[in-house]
Each structure stands twice: as C-alpha cells, then as structure tokens.
Design a binder for this molecule. Structure first.
Ligand SMILES: [Zn+2]
Length: 347
C-alpha cells in the first residue's frame, strides 16, 4: 500500500460563481462526502494552507493578484462572461493554490507517497494576468513553478486530462523547457487552443504536447494516446515530479464535455502515470482537481483515482491495442514533435 494524502476543506465551498453556474460549491461537497466514505488506513487527510502573494506571483502579475484580492470587498465581480467572483473568492482561490502546495510539501517531506488536492476554484485556464473559464489562479501552474523555483527541480511533468485545453498552463510554460505540459482535450471546443502545432517556443520548443481529440472519443482512444504519444515522450523527459490536472469532465455523463471516458478510463490513466512516476521519480505524484460538473461522475471518478493512488505498482499495464481512431492524431503529433523526441507512433 502506498500512503496517499487527501487535501481538502469545506471552505472550498465558499466561492460562489453565480446562480445556476456549473462550477458550484456542491462539487466539493460531493467529493468530501465520497472521501469520508473511504476506509483506507494509509489515507491521510490534511487541511490546505493558503498560498502567499509571492507564491501566486510565481505565475501571475502583481496587478492581477491585487485585482483578485479586491473581490473580497465586493458582493460580485465579473472577470469574463463565465468567470465571476464573490466576496469569498480571494480567500477560496488562495486556498486552492495553497492546497496543491500542501500536497507537494507532504510528498517531498516523505510524509506520503502521493496526494490528491480536492480544490476549487479550478486553475488551468487562468492566465498570468487574467481570470478565465471559471479559473482565478493557476493552481497546478503555481505548483510546477514552485517545484522549479523554490525546490530547484529541473524537470516537472504536468499531465492535463481535463476535457478542456489548459490554455493558461500552456501559456505560462510555453517558452520553458523545465515544465513538460501534456494535454488531452476535446477539439474543437472551449477555449479554442491546443492544436497539434502548439509545441512551445524558443528553448521551450518540444515541451508542450497537445492531443486534440474529436468529441466522442473514450477510454480506448485516450489510452492509446497515453501509450503511443504521451508516455514515450514523458519517459525521455524523465520528470522529477508528476502533476496531474485532474478534471473529470471528459466523463461520458458530464454536461459540458462531449467525451465518453468512464471511471475505468481514469483508473487506467492514473495507473500509467503512477508507473511512469515509479520509474522516474520514486512515485512522486500529486493530482489536483480541475473541472467535472456531473456530481456523481465526479465523485465516482475521484474515488477510483484515489484508490489507484494507494495501490502498489506491480499490476501489469497492457499496451492499448484498440482506439485506432486516435492513430492519425498520434501520428500527426509525432510529426510536429519529431525534432525534439525519439518518436515511434506505431501503427
Ligand atoms: Zn474542464
């Protein structure tokens, strides 16, 4: 058994994005209810710490951080057509960014092997100077920057399986070779970024890997993308830490996404990343919640991932043989990345 930490807090329910908004406090309630039902002795529960302004500024401008802080003085503030703040947004958002750091600290200190930060609001659309797509601070981006700049790591992998492209995370690290950002996402879809030719710039070229997938793809296509594209490149990168932007809106029941992933698909993706982390960095891995808007799908998928995080790494992972519909995308991705990685897209 591995030791897993769950970082969460009812205070994550305090941010209110507006009436009938899909990114709602009940998402955290559903996850906490699920987590309270888990009976594992190797599970540690921890409360998050808030991120400091300096930590937020690892990824965000001072002006923007101050603008989010001002939400505390207003009943409601509008950042973009679907991103709204309430008086509790600042306090909740710094706790979301800090919650992922709490998880990192526990793993780095050896207190646990890995962790899941059940946080809200989500982060992967948040840009250096702008809130976007329900996101205020880029929780996982701040975590990756913190590992690089505070803990002097040189190679951090971010895998983003949320159904939406993590345009904020991509932008933050687009010119940096220290963070390898990999995303599977529905395409074309919100926010519109994440095509195959977006591979990074300058010394960061090759360190952004996008797998834009048409609506309707499910477990077999996702696993093929993992086995033939993401994992072979990640193994060459040899991360010192693995971060997962774990949204569950690629689930077939999600009201926003159009994908067909099931709980079993999330389990298999987690298992593969755990094997990768075992090979490269002693299993050091932290997942952070991003999207996921069907409460039952969210809680069930979260349960599966947390269970898998606790499992030892001796199960055999079979290479995906199905999911052939993903093959043309995999081949084109390899084509764009051919100068940077040894590639064998298979057939
Ligand atoms: Zn999403």
């Amino acid at each position: 058994m591995r030791k897993t930490m769950l970082v969460t807090d009812r205070r994550y329910m305090n941010h209110f994005a507006g009436p009938v908004h899909p990114e709602r406090p009940g998402r955290i309630a559903a996850m906490i209810e699920m987590a309270e039902g888990l009976k594992r002795s190797a599970l540690k529960h921890a409360a998050p710490r808030p991120a400091s302004v300096e930590e937020l500024m690892l990824c965000h401008s001072q002006e923007y951080v101050a603008a989010v802080e001002r939400t505390g003085q207003q009943e409601r503030s509008d950042f973009d057509p679907d991103t709204h703040g309430s008086a509790e947004t600042w306090a909740t958002a710094i706790l979301a960014a800090g919650g992922v750091l709490t998880a990192l600290e526990a793993v780095l200190d050896g207190e646990v092997n890995n962790a899941f930060a059940i946080v809200r609001p989500p982060g992967h659309h948040a840009l250096p100077g702008r809130a976007m797509g329900f996101c205020f601070f880029n929780n996982v981006g701040i975590a990756a920057s913190w590992l690089i700049k505070i803990r002097q790591m040189r190679r951090v992998l971010v895998v983003d399986w949320d159904v939406h492209h993590g345009n904020g995370t991509q932008e933050i690290f687009y010119a940096l070779p220290e963070v390898l950002y990999m995303s599977t996402h529905q395409y074309p879809f919100y926010p519109g970024t994440g095509w195959l030719d977006e591979i990074g710039v300058g010394t960061g070229a090759g360190f952004t890997v996008n797998a834009p997938l048409p609506a309707g793809f499910g477990n077999s296509e996702y696993l093929r993308v993992f086995d033939q594209l993401l994992l072979p490149i990640a193994r060459q990168f040899k991360p010192e830490f693995v971060l997962i932007s774990a949204g569950f809106d690629a689930h077939f029941r999600d009201p926003l996404g159009g994908m067909q992933v099931t709980e079993d698909g999330f389990l298999e993706m987690t298992r593969r990343l755990q094997r990768l982390a075992d090979e490269c960095c002693d299993g050091k891995m932290v997942a952070a919640l991003e999207g996921g808007y069907d409460l039952q799908a969210l809680a069930e998928s979260g349960r599966i991932v947390i269970d898998e995080l606790g499992r030892d790494g001796d199960e055999y992972v079979t290479k995906a043989k199905n999911g052939l519909r993903a093959q043309p995308i995999i081949q084109r991705a390899h084509y764009f990345l051919r100068e940077y990685w040894q590639t064998d897209p298979g057939d």
